[in-house]
Design a binder for this molecule. Structure first.
Ligand SMILES: [Zn+2]
Length: 350
C-alpha cells in the first residue's frame, strides 16, 4: 500500500509527502500514536517510496521495488525481501543473534546485539539498490538502554542514505536522548468515517460498524480484533469459565480459572478480547432493553478496565496466569455480572 492510500492521518501524510517530494526526508523519524492507527502502514509507505524504481517520489505502489519493500521472506527471520528495507523488532532475529556463542532470546527487550549485528554493519554502506535505506524499528520503546545508546551514536552521526523510523505507542518510554534526536510525526486515533471505510474493506457487515467504532476508540486493529472475537467470543468456554470464576469471586476460584486458561500470551489475549466484547455488549443490551443502568455502568467499566489490562499485557512478560488471577478478582470487585445472571453463570459452567 503506497503512502497515498494512508487514510485518516492528513497531517502525517502531508509532512511525509512533502519531505519525499523535496528529497529531504529526516534521517531519524519517530512515528507516535495509539496502536492500530496506521503508523506501520506509513513506515512501509516510506519504504516503498524509497525502493520504488519509477520516478514517483511517493512510490508507484506496483513496481518490483515497491513490491519487494513490503513482501516478507517466508523463512525466519521473516523480513522484507528488499535488501535496503530493514525491520528491527524484539525477537525478530532470534536465530541469528549471538553473544559469544550464546543465543540471544530477547524476551523482554531489543538487545544491544541487534543494533550491533543487524543495524551497524549495514549503516556503514549506502543503500545497495534503493534511493535510501530504511530501518523500521517496531515498538522502539522495547530497546534496552544499551541498544538505545548504541543506536543513539548512529543517529548522532548520520550516514547519508540511511534513515530510521521508530514506531511507538509509548513515546514516553523512550530514552529522552532518543526522543530529542528523532523528529516526531504524530498519528491520531482514526475518525469514525475512516474506521467505517476500513471495516467495509475488511468485510465487516455494516450493521456492526456503530458498535465497533464506538468500542475501538479510533484503532482499526482493535476494531478488527473485536469483530473477530465477537463472532467467536459469545459462546466460548472461556467466557463461561471466566464469568463463573468472577461470580464465585474467591482467590481459589481465580487461581483455578487462571490455571485452566490458555497459557500462551497470544491465545490468552484473543480470549480476553472476546470477553471484552462480551462485557461491552452486555452493557449496551442492558441500556437498550431497560435493564438496571447501574449494572450497565459496571459492565462498561469492566470493559474499560479489561482494555487497560490488555494494553499492559503487551508489555508484561510474566505468565498470563499471574495477570488473569488478579483480573478475575478485580472484575468480581467491580460486579461486572449482574445479580440475576450470577446463579446461571456459576451453574452452567460446572
Ligand atoms: Zn514503485
Amino acid at each position: 500500500m503506497s503512502l497515498r492510500e494512508l487514510l485518516g492521518q492528513p497531517s502525517a501524510l502531508a509532512v511525509l509527502s512533502q519531505a519525499l517530494q523535496k528529497g529531504e526526508l529526516h534521517h531519524a523519524l519517530r512515528f507516535e500514536g495509539p496502536p492500530g492507527v496506521g503508523k506501520e502502514l506509513a513506515a512501509f509507505g516510506v519504504a516503498m517510496a524509497s525502493a520504488c524504481t519509477s520516478d514517483d517520489p511517493l512510490g508507484c505502489g506496483h513496481c518490483e521495488g515497491c513490491r519487494r519493500a513490503v513482501t516478507f521472506a517466508e523463512g525466519p527471520p521473516s523480513v522484507p525481501i528488499h535488501p535496503d528495507i530493514v525491520l528491527i523488532e524484539r525477537g525478530r532475529y532470534a536465530d541469528l543473534l549471538r553473544d559469544g556463542g550464546r543465543k540471544i532470546e530477547e524476551r523482554t527487550e531489543i538487545s544491544i546485539q541487534q543494533v550491533r549485528q543487524i543495524i551497524q554493519p549495514q549503516v556503514t554502506y549506502s543503500a545497495s539498490e534503493a534511493k535510501r535505506r530504511i530501518f523500521i524499528i517496531r515498538r522502539a520503546e522495547e530497546m534496552s538502554i544499551g541498544a538505545a545508546n548504541a543506536l543513539l551514536k548512529t543517529l548522532e552521526e548520520p550516514r547519508p542514505g540511511n534513515h530510521f523510523i521508530l514506531l511507538t505507542s509509548r513515546p514516553d518510554s523512550l530514552l529522552p536522548t532518543i526522543r530529542s534526536r528523532t523528529m516526531p510525526i504524530r498519528f491520531a486515533p482514526l475518525p469514525g468515517s475512516v474506521m467505517r471505510t476500513l471495516l467495509t474493506k475488511n468485510g465487516v457487515e455494516e450493521s456492526r460498524h456503530d458498535e465497533l467504532v464506538d468500542l475501538a476508540q479510533g484503532s482499526i486493529e482493535a476494531a478488527l480484533e473485536l469483530a473477530g472475537a465477537e463472532s467467536a467470543g459469545e459462546k466460548s468456554t472461556f467466557v463461561k469459565a471466566i464469568e463463573k470464576a468472577i461470580c464465585i469471586g474467591t482467590p481459589g476460584a481465580a487461581t483455578q480459572f487462571a490455571e485452566s486458561a490458555p497459557s500462551d500470551r497470544h491465545n490468552c489475549r484473543q480470549a480476553l478480547i472476546g470477553y471484552a466484547a462480551h462485557l461491552a455488549r452486555r452493557s449496551r443490551s442492558l441500556l437498550q432493553n431497560g435493564g438496571n443502568p447501574e449494572d450497565a455502568r459496571r459492565a462498561a467499566e469492566g470493559y474499560s478496565h479489561l482494555l487497560r489490562v490488555l494494553a499492559d499485557m503487551e508489555e508484561f512478560n510474566g505468565s498470563p496466569a499471574m495477570q488473569l488471577g488478579a483480573l478475575v478478582l478485580e472484575l468480581a470487585e467491580r460486579g461486572v455480572v449482574p445479580p440475576e445472571e450470577r446463579a446461571a453463570a456459576v451453574g452452567r459452567a460446572r
